[in-house]
Design a protein around this ligand. Structure first.
Ligand code: PGA
Length: 252
């Protein structure tokens, strides 16, 4: 079964030169049928897309670019914003929406995230929607976490058709902390989310990614389950050697 690794570079690396060099290293790795999506900061997208276009045809298979966010309007008087059509024009096919760092630092609400989801889908981008509960919710137990996620999904996906959708479940307490969720809990959440989004209809079942402190040592524990389609990777995607090992661990 094809697995997916999404690299969320966040606000890294510190220069375009370093971004291109990281991309060059990652692009070299034999991927088998592992699908790899690189999500660099906006300012590096064009250079990376250009480099990707020049890659030999055979090496492009299973490889795509994404953005880490978009604004919900395509164009207009919205200082500093970047729209879905703009990133699509640069060669991105995917976009991450609703990452917990956007929710936290940019105060994005579910209503704003919903508009972004709609705009991205309308532009023909594939949405990777991030959901996840805080530690205080999780401490109340798994059913409290499920109720929280169900509510996020309901608001974030309101009015959206579920084709072109990947849900990244990233418990906030597991992001960048080294405290990853137990794979057996993550797979329970995968089943729950897939059912909640599709109503059990397999043709519209979203893909499910686990995210939060995933690395080459634990990736296989997650993707061993058929319900977990891959991982959204932050810190470990910035080290080409580590990312290569992750790809090799799930090479199929
Ligand atoms: P992490 O980040 O892998 O560094 O925990 C994951 C994410 O925020 O997408």
């Amino acid at each position: 079964m094809q697995k997916l690794l999404v690299a969320n570079w966040k606000e890294n690396p510190s220069s375009e030169k370093k971004a291109l060099s990281l991309f060059r290293e990652v692009a070299k790795v034999k991927r088998g049928n592992v699908q790899v999506i690189i999500c660099p900061p906006f300012v590096y997208l064009e250079g990376i897309a250009d480099m990707a276009r020049k890659m030999p045809v055979g090496t492009k298979k299973g490889f795509a670019l994404g953005a880490q966010d978009i604004f919900w309007e395509d164009q207009g008087a919205y200082t500093s914003e970047v729209g879905a059509k703009m990133i699509k024009g640069l060669g991105a096919r995917y976009v991450i929406v609703g990452h917990s760092e956007r929710r936290r630092y940019a105060k994005e609400t579910d209503a704003m995230i919903n508009r972004k989801v709609q705009s991205a889908l309308h532009a023909g981008l594939h949405v990777i929607l991030c959901v996840g509960e805080s530690l205080s919710v999780r401490k109340k137990g798994l059913s409290a976490a499920r109720a929280f996620i169900k509510n996020q999904l309901k608001k974030d996906l309101k009015g959206s058709a579920s084709g072109h959708l990947t849900i990244a479940y990233e418990p906030i307490w597991a992001i960048g902390t080294g405290k990853n969720d137990k794979p057996e809990d993550a797979v329970e959440m995968a089943r729950f989310i897939k059912q909640a989004v599709s109503g059990g209809e397999t043709s519209v079942m979203p893909r499910f990614l686990y995210g939060g402190s995933v690395n080459s040592k634990n990736i296989a524990d997650y993707v061993q389950y058929k319900e977990i389609d891959g991982a959204l990777v932050g810190g470990a995607s910035l080290k080409s050697g580590e990312f290569k090992k992750m790809i090799e661990k799930i090479y199929g």
